[in-house]
Design a protein around this ligand. Structure first.
Ligand code: NDP
Length: 275
């Protein structure tokens, strides 16, 4: 199965469907990442704060897949925005992953509530890391337009933000598109919190119409609206299900129906308050 590639504004190509590992403990992460790689995923999303980079690195090693065939993202945590701390952080991340470079390094949160505008210093550090070849591309996560505006005219390749049908971020989506910044959707399935996007009647309706599962319907909606999408599962059957999404297309009407489900249903942190 060939996953479409998205070309970022710096020319780097990223597989549009990847695999996220938030809240998978380090000592449990090797098996599901190996399953994902065996299934065909070639894009793994981790972060220093997930504390599972060593396990992800072990799975990459055990898979035998060559370095240039897999796209690896990690993220700089909020208390490491000062230049010297950021350097130590990327070096630690690379050591834990057993890699000499990342494909994408993100500022995890602007974290202004606790660290003010330190994220601007972090952005300068990331630019330096890219120049040194420590990462092929650099981006941000959980940035609002006002945070992007403060990067001294620089344009990150990507912004990883919460997006799913009940929290579809239409305004931010349009804003990022206008700036040439790719949107990568975290908690793309809504993270299975209550109420779950998988249980929305319209999602179930499209599932029945297409023969897809509710999760597959939502992943197709992300792919067809242009997101990069990184669903997480530790369940082998779901890892396979979430990857098996390239045989059926949603109709324009079905995409529109799902795009109309926004309920402002934020499940995760808010960039304005997250410390
Ligand atoms: P998701 O929206 O990917 O949902 C994960 C949940 O859905 C798990 O409980 C999983 O269960 C369940 N699930 C997965 N597939 C299916 C399926 N086919 N049918 C039914 N249930 C399913 O949530 P995440 O919050 O994990 O987001 C994905 C990734 O995004 C993270 O892992 C992380 O990499 C990234 N992320 C980034 C953030 C940021 O601030 N930058 C914040 C949050 C996430 P199970 O595992 O038991 O199978």
């Amino acid at each position: 199965m060939t996953v479409p590639q998205v070309t970022l504004n710096d020319g780097v190509q990223i597989p549009q469907l990847g695999y996220g590992v938030w809240r998978v403990p380090n000592d449990e992460v090797v098996a599901p990442v190996l399953t994902a790689l065996e299934t065909g995923y070639r894009h793994i999303d981790t972060a220093a704060v997930y504390r599972n980079e060593e396990g992800v690195g072990e799975a990459l090693k055990q898979s035998g897949i060559t370095r240039d065939e897999v796209f690896v993202t990690s993220k700089l945590w909020n208390d490491k925005h000062k230049a010297a701390d950021a350097r130590e952080a990327i070096e630690t991340t690379l050591t834990k992953l057993g890699l000499d470079h990342l494909d994408l390094y993100l500022i995890h949160w602007p974290a202004t509530a606790k660290y003010g505008d330190d994220y601007i210093e972090a952005w300068d550090a990331l630019q330096q890391f890219r120049a040194e070849g420590l990462t092929r591309s650099i981006g941000v996560s959980n940035f609002n337009p006002e945070h992007l505006d403060k990067l001294n005219g620089a344009v990150p390749s990507l912004n990883q933000v919460e997006r799913h049908p009940s929290f579809n971020r239409a305004e931010l989506f349009g804003e990022l598109k206008a700036r040439g910044i790719a949107l990568e959707a975290w908690s793309p399935l809504g993270n299975q919190r209550d109420p779950s996007d998988l249980d929305l009647p319209a999602v179930k309706q499209v599932a029945e119409q297409t023969g897809l599962s509710p999760a597959q319907v939502i992943i197709r909606w992300h792919l067809q609206t242009g997101d990069i999408v990184i669903p997480k599962s530790v369940t082998p059957s779901r890892i396979a299900e979430n990857f098996d999404v390239f045989g059926v297309e949603l109709s324009a009407e079905q995409v529109e129906l799902l795009s109309g489900l926004d309920a402002g249903n934020r499940q995760g942190g808010d960039p304005l308050t997250q410390a």
